[in-house]
Write a protein that binds this ligand. Sequence first.
Ligand code: NOJ
Length: 449
Amino acid sequence: MALARPLRIPKGFLLGTASAAHQVEGGLWNDWMRMERDEPGRVKNGDSAAVAIDHFRRYREDLALLAAMGHTAQRFSVEWARVEPEPGHFDLSALRHYVDVVAACRELGMEPVVTLHHFTLPVWLADRGGVLDPEAPRLFARYAAACAEAFGEEVRWWVTLNEPNVLMALGYAEGEWPPHRRSPALALRAAAGMLRMHAAAATALHQVSATHGRPAMVSIAHHERPFRPVPRSIAARCVAWVPDLLFNRWFLWSCARGRVLPPAGSGQVVPGLRGSLDYLGLNYYADERVRFDWRASSRLFVSSDPDPALPRNSLGWSIDPAGLRRALVSLSDEFRLPLLVTENGVADEDDELRSGFLLDHLRAAVEAIADGADVLGYLHWTGFDNFEWLEGYGAKFGLVAVDRATLERRPKPSAEVFADVCRTGVIPTPRHPSGMRVGAAPRAGPPTG
Ligand code: NOJ
């Protein structure tokens, strides 16, 4: 195998990390915290996000640490439940906090990329049906407008919803996440609800930003997880394409057409939906190898396992940098939008895989540019080891370790590897291809966040 040569990253390409409020901030009250209280044991080892990594209080030091590593962008989420603790009541001190976070990013030379919804909901909205509430689009737009007003011209890059397809699958079809529904019909209604929420928020963001003279760049963070049928299995090929289209394409096609497409709708026009995407945020972790499974009715008779030919991370997910390049190129060919890698990362207990993973995936993202994709940047998931949803603190995705007893931050060797790339603008020849080691035993499983 010929060794890859050092590769120069284009000027202006954004490099940094991504995070989400619930996973890092601590001190929150939302539907996930209520699940923790009401259903102890749902999260592995009884872990709690009550303190998380205390980023709400330590954000200045945390951001300074990332900036010192040469990062030029920072994706974070605003917690809706904090900003609007009661319907219609906006907490100005919470908004001021996020204004400070944005200002800190800017002072430190990092472009803020702001997510408005990253899986969690205020309990008052969850109680009215969450994303199924017919009022959710209007309420989400009002909250989006409040954020856009508060940030003024300081924020250009927005993500309305993080991974609506994952929330649809895990919250409404498989029932593992709040609101724990297991109904294909409800999953489709949830998808349509989130589509309308996105359209309403995008409209609000475009309108408010225009008044501040800084045109908003709006997207969702789309989780792409191509379903690849086990080779030669006709049954797998037959059953794979429906979930593949539903999971990987339905939302984006609906945005492109401006309509709620079947099977979640019958083509109803959604005001503001067409043209709501100014770029495409891509969260890419792995492809999924799928086969027919008559027991997996909630997953449309598809179950998945990692490709035995590929290395795996510590959660058992396949590692295949070529998959990122394929995803970028196919999304670019199909939607003709600029792309930003809003997440890509690896669960890696001892930081053995991350350096190679990072260099290989970053290289894949830059190489996709040569294939014609307009890739604007790469945001690694994530800066600091944090609360990985039902996995708790066991899954380590961070460049920086966080001691669970003292919350002390310790950069890992991979953080320095990424910092070198950020500082020099050059992706070096990898010393080891990513994921030489095969990780933990395969976990049959759905996409997790
Ligand atoms: C995507 C999700 O947006 C994020 O919250 C999660 O931690 C990572 N995937 C890793 O699973």
